[in-house]
Design a protein around this ligand. Structure first.
Ligand code: IPM
Ligand code: MN
Length: 331
């Protein structure tokens, strides 16, 4: 008897989202795994057509699925991807930045993983206009969220064979909030004596990432710093087109490229689908298909190494053409 199909909610979103998602789907279909993928609307176009950026039907489908594959958020990012992260209670945003062989980039040896806290910090939306000319934003940091993200980072390092975890912070200024975050990281670090635990200020971390990224392996940090540093890390390995991410919680998992909707190139078939294809691979691993996940990754790496890429990486293929080059290697 064939195994029950995995139910995947696919949310292509805006701009290049639908293009890179079509590419990722083509690769997923080539794995031959039983996947039941259904698409649901969300985003700017959805808002224009239906008057709502994240329809209830889409949210329900995301909660009923075994995993969610998301394309890109546009102007309505706060109502769509931030709301999905909150509703699905995905408290980890896992962002690996590993250079693929053959990509001309600043740091070909890079192998970094940013573990970004995904529920609090300035992303909580706690802003108030006190007067027309004075606004405050509250940075929420709790011990519970800090401890669990630190524990995730150390467990991830242990599982994946990384030897160092670095907490990124600004506790010299944000004494209370990042002070608490660091206390929690230190407390958790004691349970992982074999892992080298370090702390680096976020501004210094930005410089070291450019000058000597090899000093980092797993970086654990609060939401906003994680957002900024993950784009920096993308810049080291050849750009946002190459960075996938996984939003993980106790019940749900949502996979999305780190890149946005790229309205400047949308609709031209030029978007690099690598990040979306790597998201598909991360999703397969999450669903328990580690071998196929690795096969997808190897197929992508081989296509890139042989120049079968979109123009941003020097190739001549369009988005679907690159996906086909990956899919053919799985056949
Ligand atoms: C990301 C994006 C989002 C974020 C935006 C679109 C809200 O930049 O996934 O990194 O800030 O988290
Ligand atoms: Mn970002």
């Amino acid at each position: 008897m064939s195994p029950a199909a995995h139910r995947i909610a696919v949310i292509p979103g805006d701009g290049i989202g639908p293009e890179v998602i079509a590419a990722a789907r083509l690769v997923l279909e080539a794995t031959g795994l039983p996947l039941e993928m259904r698409e649901y609307p969300a985003g700017d176009a959805c808002l224009a057509e239906r008057g709502v950026a994240l329809p209830e039907e889409t949210l329900r489908a995301a909660k009923e699925a075994e995993a969610v594959l998301f394309g890109a958020a546009g102007e309505t990012a706060a109502e769509v991807i931030l709301r999905l992260r909150a509703e699905l209670e995905t408290w980890v945003n896992l962002r690996p930045a590993r250079a693929l062989a053959g990509v001309d980039c600043l740091y070909p040896q890079a192998d970094l993983v940013i573990v970004r806290e995904n529920t609090e910090c300035l992303y909580r939306g706690l802003e108030s206009r006190l007067t027309p000319e004075v606004v405050t934003a509250t940075r929420l940091i709790t011990a519970g969220a800090s401890r669990r993200i630190a524990r995730f980072a150390f467990d991830y390092a242990r599982r994946q064979g990384y030897r160092r975890v670095t907490a990124i912070h600004k506790a010299n200024v944000l004494r209370q909030s990042d002070g608490l975050f660091l206390d929690c990281c230190r407390e958790v670090a004691r349970d992982y004596p074999e892992i080298d635990y370090q702390e680096v200020l976020v501004d210094a971390a930005a410089m070291y990432l450019v000058q000597d990224p090899g000093r980092f392996q797993v970086m654990v940090t609060t939401n906003l710093f994680g957002d900024i540093l993950s784009d920096l890390a993308a810049g080291l390995i050849g750009g946002l087109g190459l960075c996938p991410s996984a939003n993980l919680g106790d019940r749900y998992a949502l996979f999305e490229p780190v890149h946005g909707s790229a309205p400047d190139i949308a609709g031209q078939g030029r978007a690099n689908p690598a990040a979306a294809i790597m998201c598909a691979a991360m999703m397969l691993a999450h669903l328990g298909h580690r071998d196929q996940a690795e096969a997808v990754h190897r197929a992508l790496a081989a296509a890139v190494a042989q120049g079968q890429t979109t123009p941003d990486l020097g190739g001549e293929l369009d988005t679907l053409g690159m996906a086909r080059a990956v899919a053919e290697r799985l056949g």
